[in-house]
Design a protein around this ligand. Sequence first.
Ligand code: HEC
Length: 247
Amino acid sequence: MKNMIVMTLGLLLFSGFASAAGDAYIGEHVQTNIRSTDSLRKGAKTYMNYCMGCHSMEWQRYNRVAEDLGLTEDEMMNGLVLTDAKFTDKMTIAMAAEDAETWFGKAPPDLTVIAKARGLDWLYNFLINYYVDPSRPTGWNNLTFENASMPHILWEFQGIRQANFDVHTDAEGNETKTFNSFEQLEPGTMTEQEYKAMVTDLVNFLDYSSEPAQLIRMSLAPWVLLFVVVFTFLAYLLKVNYFRDIH
Ligand code: HEC
């Protein structure tokens, strides 16, 4: 028994350390709305324009996305899709994984279910927390995903920022850096608010793509609850009826 307690405590402590070590910088919480078709359309547009060059979404098809987002074939294929893909095609890309690895050091992963793997706050913080870092091959670094081999794709919108860190030195002379603030070196074409709104829509689209059935699930929910309430009431009436003669 005592051993079990010690082991459980040990495991708890260990898992605490493990997650502390892997903690990414999450400075802000993102508020998305999967029921906003407008937001999903904007997110899809940003994805097609700026992400699909490198990241496939191969468990999705163009026609499914169009249907879910209320777009016609023409709106989807001529308005959003930049390649000559067919409406019924999977959302794959032409870049071969080996080439990508040679170019970037790491192949850009498929993003169909990235929202499930990383969570919405992680994705949002990743996309808003880039800063210049001349020591990196891409010239960029990221607070949330340190030393990522993906450059800051949306930099024209956000502008160029530098990150200021506080450096602490402990008794043994080890240095640790903690993030202090960003300094805007060059303005972007968007205000900070506009940029964050764009990233929020993009994260919303990634959330949708990771589980398209969410749209149906969410719209069914009120009906399921209504059914439960009505059924409870009917069951109650039945119970009253059954027990009427028993008392
Ligand atoms: C020029 C190619 C390129 C473009 C364009 C690009 N990425 Fe990336 N992306 C990469 C590479 C390379 C990695 C792998 C980074 C690593 O593991 O160090 C990556 C990694 C990621 C990851 C982390 C995946 C994980 O969990 O490891 C996310 C999320 C992501 N990209 C999202 C996006 C989004 C959203 C866009 C569009 C705004 C985008 N990327 C555009 C190259 C690109």
